[in-house]
Design a protein around this ligand. Sequence first.
Ligand SMILES: N[C@@H](CCC(=O)N[C@@H](CS)C(=O)NCC(=O)O)C(=O)O
Length: 274
Amino acid sequence: MATLMSGSRIQPAASVLSSSIKRHVGFNSHLRSNCSLSPFHHSSFSFRRSGPRRSLSVSMSVTPLEACVKASITVPNKLGDCPFCQRVLLTLEEKHVPYDLKLVDLSNKPEWFLKINSEGKVPVVKFDEQWVADSDIITQTLEEKYPNPPLATPPDKSSVGSKIFSTFIAFLKSKDPNDGTEQALISELSSFNDHIKENGSFINGKEISAADLSLGPKLYHLEIALGHYKNWSVPDSLPYVKSYMKSIFSRESFANTRALPEDVIAGWRPKVFG
Ligand SMILES: N[C@@H](CCC(=O)N[C@@H](CS)C(=O)NCC(=O)O)C(=O)O
């Protein structure tokens, strides 16, 4: 059975029970205290809010989507440091779609995972009995299947900030302080700073959208890896980039899906020293 294939299951109370991590998004603490979660694939819950005059009873059932993601390399049964996986998980969280994580050890890929995706890459998500790879395709599929809240970024803004990740990697790998890689990164961050200044808190204005959910995890890697390996941080001259990072990193969805800093550091080590 799929749920027994890898890792450990962590119920919302964070106790390790068995073999996958289940996150039932949208189960806030109020709901959690009022409903029991089935350990099985098909979970159902109900809750009741009652007062002197009114009573509300809601019952619904949900089948979590199965999502294969990178496992931590520093702590057993923890989510790892793949920014593409976090992008998908952020989308699931922001859309309140429940999911069931399958942690994949990328240094020793299990047979069951290679059968799902012969390319051996995460993330992979199961839709209607079909495993779908690649965060671009997965997030587009989520937008089609779960249109609310809408997260699509308009085409004219969807590539804003898209060069930040590659320039960050070039700078991280660089051994020559005068090769222009730091300047290239600062230049991309400056354009992004101007965009946020002119457009609002997020890439598409006031509301978060898909482009932010893609860029946020990459900026998280940038902050941790450049801080650790180069003692570098986003300059104070780019306050809109800084406040953007702060607001994305402080979202509940981000806190629920972020990698451990130790994993981010360990994950980039081969690029820095290799
Ligand atoms: N374009 C893919 C990239 C996914 C990707 O590169 N994932 C990495 C982990 S961050 C991976 O699975 N690498 C395979 C490996 O390390 O063997 C996407 O957006 O999903």
